[in-house]
Design a protein around this ligand. Structure first.
Ligand SMILES: Cc1ncc(COP(=O)(O)O)c(C=O)c1O
Length: 395
């Protein structure tokens, strides 16, 4: 390995939301944070260099992307995922959620139905309800091994019955870690095209794929699918730059792109962030090796956690992630109520995790862990958990 991901950095006093905001977020300082989705590894050295170089000139004025900045995003997709999305389809926004929200505003009216598949990244539901759209909650189905799939009968029924206008696809899916197979994506495409439902495909986790799983970019399915897709991506998860705001959104249909740009303008957004652009250039052109290594490292973390739970905490059931750096664990075997579980995680295990219910009602009794962190921190978090469960077993 060229990079050392074992090294533990002290991220306290670095203005980190994950590490420095316990008080503001009503947590206690001694809870080990494995919640919000950023990594405890520094960004790739090429990204850091690019930012330092850019900053050292001392000018932070307006900037704009060049055509080459769009091509490097498409080139990354081609190199990593075998699909070259048309770079001319890109519209830059300050964030993936911002882009998704803009698409909701552009392609639906107040009161229109927008569907999501829960449990899912919770800002999706907020983007729908905060903008006066009607939220339709499609439920993924969990099998005995903890693996989730779509129930396409209910998926289509809910679309037809509610006259759904937009479906937000999370691919790979946070928090349950599925990397959707081509035939699953094709079913989504068939149903949404049949019912004239626009698909917003959030592929921000696409670079974290494990084992034999293969990521298929949703708009790669066909020309017809592309025209009906808003593809949201960002360098922020892959290169750990969530505090630098830039998110390329692909809108392949020119008429839809025009509409999207109109709404973006009405939101008061024009130029992109100066340092984010510098970081993105380095990210998509110089960091392939770093990404290969960080993905391998996180995969080892996942296997470590899975084995630990199997051997030492069999009451807890972890869904085996096919992608993303998040793990999803069923705590219902402890027999605690939702409130008891929250207190147990914070006060007994001394961990700061994302409680499952925030991802939807079916997430009750689950917790989400962020494993993009040095092995020592994973070990420490599991040791804390084991200690707390041992105490509980005695009661
Ligand atoms: C599925 C998904 N989409 C979007 C985001 C955040 O994207 P942004 O910070 O660009 O809004 C996250 C962050 O965890 C995520 O998991």
């Amino acid at each position: 390995m060229a990079y050392d991901f074992d090294k533990v950095y002290d991220r306290r006093n670095t203005n980190s939301l994950k590490w420095d905001f316990a008080e503001e977020r009503h947590h206690s300082e001694d809870e080990l944070p494995l919640w919000v989705a950023d990594m405890d590894f520094p960004s790739p050295p090429h990204v850091v260099d690019a930012i330092v170089r850019s900053a050292s000139a001392g000018f932070f004025g307006y900037t704009d992307p060049k055509p080459a900045d769009k091509r490097i995003v498409s080139d990354w997709y081609k190199r990593r995922h075998g699909f070259y999305p048309d770079p001319d389809a890109i519209v830059f926004t300050p964030g993936t959620v911002f882009g998704i929200t803009t698409a909701i505003l552009a392609f639906s009216d107040p009161g229109d139905a927008v569907m999501i598949s829960q449990p899912v990244y919770y800002p999706f539901s907020e983007a729908v309800t905060d903008n006066g759209r009607k939220l339709i909650r499609n439920e993924l189905v969990r099998d005995d091994n903890g693996r989730y799939t779509f129930d396409f009968d209910s998926f289509e029924k809910q679309i037809a019955e509610n006259d759904v206008k937009i479906y937000i696809l999370c691919s790979p899916h946070n928090p349950i870690g599925r990397v959707w197979k081509k035939d699953e994506l094709q079913r989504i495409a068939d149903i949404t095209l049949k019912h004239n439902v626009l698909v917003i495909a959030d592929e921000i986790h696409a670079d974290f794929i494990y084992e034999e799983n293969e990521f298929v970019s949703y708009p790669s399915l066909s020309e017809e699918t592309r025209k009906n897709t808003v593809l949201a991506t960002a360098p922020s998860k892959t290169f750990n730059t969530a505090g630098l705001q830039i998110s390329p959104i692909f809108i392949f249909d020119p008429e839809k792109r025009r509409r999207f740009k109109g709404v973006l303008g009405s939101e008061g957004y024009s130029q992109i962030d100066f340092l984010a652009l510098a970081a993105m250039r380095a990210s998509y052109t110089e960091c392939d090796e770093w990404v290969d290594e960080v993905v391998d490292y996180i995969h080892e973390n996942i296997l470590y956690m899975e084995n630990f739970l199997k051997e030492r905490l069999p009451e807890l059931k972890m869904t085996h992630p096919e992608g993303t750096y998040l793990t999803w664990v069923d705590f219902s075997g402890l027999g605690l109520s939702e409130r008891e579980l929250e207190r147990f995680i914070r006060e007994k295990a001394k961990l700061w995790l994302d409680a499952g219910f925030i991802f939807g009602k079916s997430g009750e009794g689950f917790e989400r862990f962020n494993l993009a962190t040095p092995r020592k921190i994973v070990e420490e978090s599991l040791t804390r958990l084991e200690r707390a469960v041992s105490e509980l077993r005695k009661q």
